[in-house]
Each structure stands twice: as structure tokens, then as C-alpha cells.
Design a binder for this molecule. Sequence first.
Ligand code: NAG
Ligand code: NAG
Ligand code: NAG
Ligand code: NAG
Ligand code: NAG
Length: 505
Amino acid sequence: MKSLNTLFLLVGLAFTAVSSLSLEAYSRNDFPTAPGFVFGSGTSAYQVEGAADEDGRSPSIWDVFTHSDAGHSGGATGDVACDQYHKYKEDVKLMADVGLEAYRFSISWSRLLPSGRKPVNPKGLQYYNNLIDELVTHGIQPHATLHHFDLPHALEDEYGGWLSPQSVRDFTAYADTCFKEFGDRVSHWTTINEANVFALGGYDEGISPPGRCSPPSAVNCSKGNSSTEPYIAVHNMLLAHASATNLYKKHYKHKQHGSVGISVYTYGAFPLTNSAEDKQAESRLNDFFIGWILHPLVYGDYPETMKSFVGSRLPAFTEEESEQVKGAIDFIGVINYMALYVKDNSSSPKPNLQDFNTDMAVELTVVGNTSFKNQYADTPWSLQQVLLYIKEAYRNLPIYVAENGQMTPRISSPLEDTTRVEYLRSHIEAVLHSLRKGANVKGYFQWSLMDLFEIFGGYEMSYGLYYVDFKDPFLTRYPKLSAHWYSSFLNGTLHHRSYASSSAL
Ligand SMILES: *[C@@H]1O[C@H](CO)[C@@H](O)[C@H](O)[C@H]1NC(C)=O
Ligand SMILES: *[C@@H]1O[C@H](CO)[C@@H](O)[C@H](O)[C@H]1NC(C)=O
Ligand SMILES: *[C@@H]1O[C@H](CO)[C@@H](O)[C@H](O)[C@H]1NC(C)=O
Ligand SMILES: *[C@@H]1O[C@H](CO)[C@@H](O)[C@H](O)[C@H]1NC(C)=O
Ligand SMILES: *[C@@H]1O[C@H](CO)[C@@H](O)[C@H](O)[C@H]1NC(C)=O
């Protein structure tokens, strides 16, 4: 133990040469051992699988979006992506090389159920069975997400997707299929990935699938209503989540012993000044971003601030619905990349057609200098603030950090990602501090396992531990310094040579 800590201290010193950093020494041994606490990495189906048109898969709303003019990925699509559909064995081997204890992936609904409903596509079923078996064989715990921005397009076409309460029934049946087919090996289920940001991007700003919006919030969509649709979509997603979770409790939990959660996009939030208005604004931001999703699932209704600021555009839960959603959550997936300063903007005159942003009535500034090569600023206390906030506000439910990582452009020396190493080092340290302060954190998933198709930036932006050469027909993967760092952290040793070379940069 002591010698390990000394080694980590040396790493800290090596880095001090390039940027002055905390010298806190910690190791994997300071965290509970797996499976009490797991370290992993994540991807999602559309972002890595490719084979978009193969073996019976039908398009999701994300395929349609990237193939339309509205796509915000510079014409890039997930048609081929990293081709994980064909390379899953190689990729699981890469995960094992890093020493990942868990892998967060998503199931493509339209690969498993091409029409959105049964019958099951046997090739899709076989693919996920193969992937899960390969993970289990390598001792990597599978964490599956059911919806990651990718509703089957057939359901969008048929009844407007998440805007229709019919989505609740179809999502529940899809979840039922997954629990039944994969639940003997998968015990961690996330229903819907960052429902809040999915609704805002897809129905308010129109910058992500299904690409709906209306003026004055956004001007480039052919259909939509930014004032109302984000709230309706989230309402149906919450009912769908609760329905699937309650189904699991009733029919699967006693034999499969798993748990079902939902993930939320969060910002570390800090009032810009000490004024009462800015402190209220900070609390409003938390209610709008985090409480929108978690408050109903923990307490059975939307936060009071949302009800009063949004008024009749916020759907109301019936008594029966309130009972269904309340308590329908085993864990919270926290997605956090950055922090914001929050300033009150509630006294500005309101436009005629309000949306989430004007409803929330705050002005936001990103904390830290993010201009340097477009990277996210290294603000680990942002993650810590969110974890401790959720502990207090949401009854200390178990938390998985579902996504955290650094975005960098895919530039000239892509393997020497020293800033990503420092980002991971400082954020994992923040998780440790949060644990010590009583947050019920059960795992940490770095985003992303490899460079992949990003919703904003296509293939220009990278978060990966592995670099993927997208110009190479074999899509060869190369470990970055961050992969070596994570691997050393997870096996409790260090990779001196990498550090020596990086500190000389
Ligand atoms: C709207 O779309 C046009 C054409 O694609 C583009 O030039 C413009 O920047 C877009 N405007 C916004 C606000 O996204
Ligand atoms: C959005 O819906 C609201 C409430 O139904 C309505 O008042 C408003 O005119 C609609 N906006 C658009 C752009 O259709
Ligand atoms: C402040 O609120 C007004 C009215 O809702 C809005 O038009 C304006 O954009 C807001 N300012 C900022 C910086 O968000
Ligand atoms: C942010 O960082 C870049 C690169 O280090 C520097 O050029 C720029 O002046 C910084 N901006 C601020 C506002 O500090
Ligand atoms: C730990 O990981 C590092 C980096 O991948 C590797 O070089 C080293 O051999 C590993 N050590 C053990 C004991 O597995």
C-alpha cells in the first residue's frame, strides 16, 4: 500500500513539471473492490457499432437525423463508426488489456426489434448475446443502456415517438425482451440515457435527434414546438422508465437480482455571486436539470420551482402515475463534464413563447478556460459538487458516474493525451473525496472507450482511451497514454516510461 502511494506521488511530481497539480496520492486500493465499486468505460450502440444497414437492423431517429441536412455532425454518420458490430471480440480484448472491470454499452432497439415491436430480429439477438458472453468470459461486468438517443424511426413515424404516450407501452415491451433475453448475465440496466439533454437537444434546440424545434428558441427545424414538446417527451420517458422498472421488480428481480436506473446529464453549479437571487438561481438550475428527472422518481412529482416557473406547459402526473414513478429507481447514473456559474435572470421580461431556458431564468457561464484546443476545463470539484448534491437531495441513492471524460480535437499527436490523463486523475480523485464524504457512489465509467462518432463534432472530437484510425480500412485502434494510465491505475502499478516522456513535452 505504502509503496504504491509513493509511486503515485512520483507521478504527481512528474506532472508538476508541466502543470502545477494536486499531489494527492491515491490508488485503486482506496476504493471498495469490485463488484462493490467498479471502474469501467463506456460507448453507445450508434456511436460504435456501425453495420447500420446490416442483418436486419432498421434506422433509428439518430440514423435519420445524421442523414438529413439538419445533422450537426458535419455530414458524418454512424453508418460504419468503429465497426464494433464486427470487431466486438477485438474490442473486448482491448477492454481486458486496460483491465476494465465493467463496460457500459447500449442496445440498439431497432437492431433487436426493427419495427420497434416484436418479432425479435434473430441476428440482433445473437449479436448482443455474443457481446455479453464475451464480456462475461473476460470478467467484465456488462452495464446495458436501453435507449441512447436512438428510438426506432418506425415509432417516430407511426405516432411521433416520445411525444406520444404509446411510447410507454412499446418501451416497456422492448425492456421486457431485454430483461428476458439478457438478464441472466446483465444485472445493471439503465433505461434512458440523459433524458434531460435528449429532450432539450431533440425538442427544444433541434440540434440532436429527432431534430424538432420552433422559433424563437431555434429556427432550423421543419417541425416542433420548443415551448411544450421537451416537457411532454420527458413526461413520457419518465412513465416509460417507471413502467420498465416496475416490470423488472415484479417479474425479474427475484431471480436475476439486478437493478434498474436512469442517467441524468448534470453540471456542477455555483452561484455567480453571494446574492440570494443567484443562490436561488443555482438551486433552480439544479431543479430544472436534475430534479426534472429525479424528483418525480424519488418523490412522485416535479420540483415545485418547475411547476411554478413552467406553469401549464409542464404535464401533471395523475395520482396513479405519481405512485408509479415514485420510488421506481434503484440507482442514478450521473453524467458530468463541466461546471457553470449561475446568475439570476428572472427579472428580465419574458418572451411570448417561452422554453426551458427562459423558464429556468438563469444566465450561465462555463467555469474555467475551455478555449485551449476546445478541451473541457479540468474542474474536478464540479463532479464532487454534483455527487454530494445528489446525496443530499435524493436520499443518498446509489450512484454510478455513467460518463465523465475529456473532449479533445483529434489532432497531430493523438496518442500523447496528457491533458486527458490529468483530467481522469483529478476526476477519479474527486470521486474518492465524494465517497469519503458519504456519497453512495458504486462505480465510475470513463467516456469513452475509444474515439467514436460524437453527436456534436462527428469524428473530429475525441474522448477515447483508444485512438481509432478512421482512414484505415481496418479501423485500427491504438492505445493512448490515457489507456496506459487507466490500466496502471486499475492494476495498481505505474507506467513510468509514459510519464517520463509526457512530462518532457
Ligand atoms: C440554420 O441552418 C443554416 C443552413 O444550414 C445555417 O447556415 C445556420 O447557421 C443555421 N442556424 C442556426 C441558428 O443553427
Ligand atoms: C406551442 O404550443 C403552445 C401551447 O399549445 C402554443 O401556444 C404555441 O403557439 C405553440 N407554438 C408553436 C410554434 O407552434
Ligand atoms: C434573460 O432572460 C431573457 C428573457 O427570458 C432572455 O431573452 C435572455 O436571453 C436571458 N439572458 C441570458 C443571458 O440568458
Ligand atoms: C485560455 O487558455 C489559452 C491557452 O492556454 C490562452 O491563450 C487564453 O488566453 C486563455 N484565456 C483566458 C480567458 O484565460
Ligand atoms: C499494469 O499496467 C501497465 C500499463 O498497461 C503494464 O505496463 C503493467 O505490466 C501492468 N502490471 C501488471 C502487474 O499487470
